[in-house]
Design a binder for this molecule. Structure first.
Ligand SMILES: CC(C)(COP(=O)(O)OP(=O)(O)OC[C@H]1O[C@@H](n2cnc3c(N)ncnc32)[C@H](O)[C@@H]1OP(=O)(O)O)[C@@H](O)C(=O)NCCC(=O)NCCS
Length: 170
């Protein structure tokens, strides 16, 4: 079975309250990570319909501080499904007073679907449709290899797609 990327879309809107902030009155990074983890896990669950666990959080970028009182929207979507694991992108936007939104953060999560015995279980393949979905799908394999190499789960020599991306002329 295959599922479209858009079927995994999960969206959540939050207002940044004083209890969410650090002494600079901006959103505490750990709070944003928790919000992103939650919405990303909902997206992964929508894709596979199974219990999912976070296997890895890759490439979190905090590009712009978010101030108390601002309205934040998190959008999560599966970018690629492998055998039991799924890569999920979370894009974070701040709503401006004119209604426009500005992207301020991004994170890439990896979730694994597990069965009743906590063993990894196969997930449906993903069909990317938009240009962005196709770009993220195409680059997901090298991110998976980088994540596995960093976790000590893959020999760098075996990370062929990653090596080709990093050293295209070798
Ligand atoms: C994630 C977990 C289920 C993997 O189980 P495992 O027995 O090591 O299983 P495998 O080695 O077969 O890996 C399963 C999948 O996860 C992927 N994976 C595991 N670690 C990964 C990592 N660091 N980065 C990217 N992918 C990873 C594997 O590549 C594999 O993907 P595939 O089946 O799509 O090819 C297991 O390590 C676990 O339960 N971890 C704790 C999860 C948790 O509690 N999260 C919350 C943190 S508080």
């Amino acid at each position: 079975m295959k599922k479209k990327a858009i079927q995994s879309l999960a969206v959540q809107t939050k207002m940044v309250l004083p209890s969410d902030t650090n002494p600079l009155n901006t959103l505490f990074g750990g709070r944003l990570l928790a919000w992103m983890d939650e919405i990303a896990s909902i997206s992964a669950h929508r894709h596979c319909g199974r219990v999912v666990v976070t296997a890895s959080i890759n490439n979190v970028s905090f590009d712009k501080p978010i101030v108390a009182g601002e309205i934040v929207t998190l959008e999560a979507k599966v970018s690629r499904a492998f055998t039991s694991s799924m890569e999920v992108f979370v894009d974070v936007y701040v709503e401006q007073s004119n209604g426009k939104r500005e992207k301020c953060n991004e994170a890439i999560y990896v979730f694994v679907a597990i069965d009743q015995n906590r063993n990894p279980i196969d997930v449906p393949a993903l069909i990317p449709e938009s240009v962005e979905e196709k770009d993220r799908f195409d680059s997901a394999l090298r991110r998976k290899q980088l994540s596995l190499v960093l976790a000590g789960r893959m020999n760098p020599e075996d990370a062929t797609e990653l090596k080709t991306a990093l050293f295209p002329n070798k």
